[in-house]
Design a binder for this molecule. Structure first.
Ligand code: DX5
Ligand code: ZN
Length: 227
């Protein structure tokens, strides 16, 4: 997939119907999702538990766009191969997940998958400065990871802008994850983000049977940015 900085919406299936992932993924893609964001949580790095590699493997055949797997787990290196095998297109790990994020990114790249590095809200942007040449994406968390539906942390907009300057011409995506909705999306897009994860703002009010709501919710985000 070629690199560009156009705005991409990546719905987080953390807000989908957990009894119906295949149909939910097909519905959000039919309604215009650019990527599918899969939140992996271990009950240790974050206070919640979600998807092991077999679950991610089961999602894979339903994803026709790009499967973006966000690992909120520590230790992380031991699981990279399994999530790559499960069919992730992009694997993001947290810079806070261990003492050797540089090695983690090398391990992701070694699987042939795209590599992302994620920053918690309290982590300064400089933490990724010497990792950028191993990254295809930096994820700026705009909530504390662990749950969908939390309030956007506004201090992170400045972090996005500083990151954008640090990246310069390098082909590295900036993803924003947490509390993205039509009110906050323009702020992060203006600051330089191009991949917008949105869980509750995409899935709210809709269902597989009423999937046009997902489409309307995504359009509301895109239109807020364009206006
Ligand atoms: C938070 C996850 C997010 C989350 C986003 O730990 O990484 O991807 O699901 O959900 P909303 O958009 O509801 O904040
Ligand atoms: Zn996420």
């Amino acid at each position: 997939m070629s690199f560009d900085r156009t705005i991409k919406i990546a719905p987080s299936i953390l807000s989908a119907d957990f009894a119906n992932f295949g149909a939910e993924i097909r519905a959000i893609e039919a309604e215009g999702a650019d990527w599918v964001h899969v939140d992996v949580m271990d009950g240790h790095f974050v206070p919640n538990l979600t998807f092991g590699p077999p679950a991610v493997k089961a999602f894979r055949p339903h994803v026709k766009t790009f499967m973006d797997v966000h690992l909120m787990i520590t230790p992380v290196d031991a699981y990279i191969e399994a999530y790559a095998e499960a069919g992730a297109d992009m694997i993001s790990a947290h810079v806070e997940a261990g003492p050797h994020p540089h090695r983690t990114l090398q391990a992701i790249r070694a699987t042939g998958r795209k590599a992302g590095i994620a920053l918690n809200p309290g982590t300064p942007v400089e933490a990724v400065e010497y990792l950028l040449d191993l990254c295809d994406m930096v994820v700026v968390m705009t909530v504390n990871p662990g749950f969908g539906g939390q309030k956007f942390i506004h201090s992170q907009v400045d972090k996005i802008a500083r990151l954008r300057g640090m990246i310069g011409d390098r082909p590295i995506h900036i993803q924003v994850d947490g509390g993205v909705d039509p009110a906050t999306a323009p702020l992060v897009a203006m600051a330089g983000a191009d991949v917008l994860v949105a869980g509750s703002a995409v899935f709210k009010g809709g269902s597989v049977e009423n999937a046009q709501v997902y489409g309307a919710n995504m359009r509301a985000i895109r239109e807020a940015i364009a206006s």
